[in-house]
Ligand binder design. Sequence first.
Ligand code: G3P
Ligand code: CA
Length: 331
Amino acid sequence: MRQGPGPKAGGGGGRGGAAGGGAAAGCSGLPAPSFSVLTALSSGTRQGYAGSLSHDLSDGHKPAWHHVAVTADRKPIRVIAHRGASEDAPEHSLAAYRKAIEDGADGLECDVRLTADGHLVCVHDRRVNRTSNGRGAVSAMELAQLAELDFGSWKAPADRAETPDSADPERTTVLTLERLLRLVADAGRPVDLAIETKHPTRWAGQVEERLVRLLDHHPLPGEVRIMSFSARSLRRVHLAAPGVPTVFLMQFLLPRHRSGRLPPGNGIAGPGIRILRRDPEYVARAHRAGHEVHVWTVDDEPDVELCAQLGVDAVITNRPRTVRDQLARLG
Ligand code: G3P
Ligand code: CA
């Protein structure tokens, strides 16, 4: 049987330059989670939509959508920064998340993976090749190894093309989830956090176990949601922390989900924007089934407008400021 990941004695904390400085202490030797905090955070899911939409093709070009009946308590669309303000700064960098908070994002999205020594780090791909100057699978590397890599220079801003980005560790250093939790805690206002578990991974269920423990030790004023394309991952979350809101992500709309229903235990639907372009009525069906709808990745003006017209609950975007501004204009 394969051994689970775990911090090695004296290792894992990086070289002091890791954006997750102090993460090792936070991940090792955690007591069993009480879930008290997590349960208290679960109240944000809004349910009971009675909205429906009518489809009018009379203009002969594109569908026009009209709200027929929407409950009076419809809240503004929440803007969630996808991998931080990742249009402006390297994805999943501390700098990208700081910028997103400055830009007024209602929440932050991040992907998490478990390192070989048991640390949750914010990295999208299975391997580090695309977003760093290193090579290899995150799950096979220790945090100290990841902390030696440059995760930011690949995205030099146009106005700083001549400046070595290595000067700014907040743009270049691998980010631990624990460091991100601290940033959110210090934001000065409630900021939601939407954490996506990435599967498959060699550490399978240990991702959710570590995640739930870590969250239980970092109470936040905003809502914390766990998202995944993997229904199995979300089942593990439900078992470990039944009060935590979960988002079932969908790249395609499978026949069994067309009605708006989700796998048991999930309160929030997470369709890709392509699903809504093809099947805009999905939003009303999901609302009627009692689910919020959080859509990804919504960067372009027509997509933002579509989401606004359909009354989605949250948009996940690489450009939170631009999208917020557009939503404000749309009223
Ligand atoms: O927010 C959900 C979205 O991030 C899922 O796609 O590939 O960007 O993680 P991906
Ligand atoms: Ca993601």
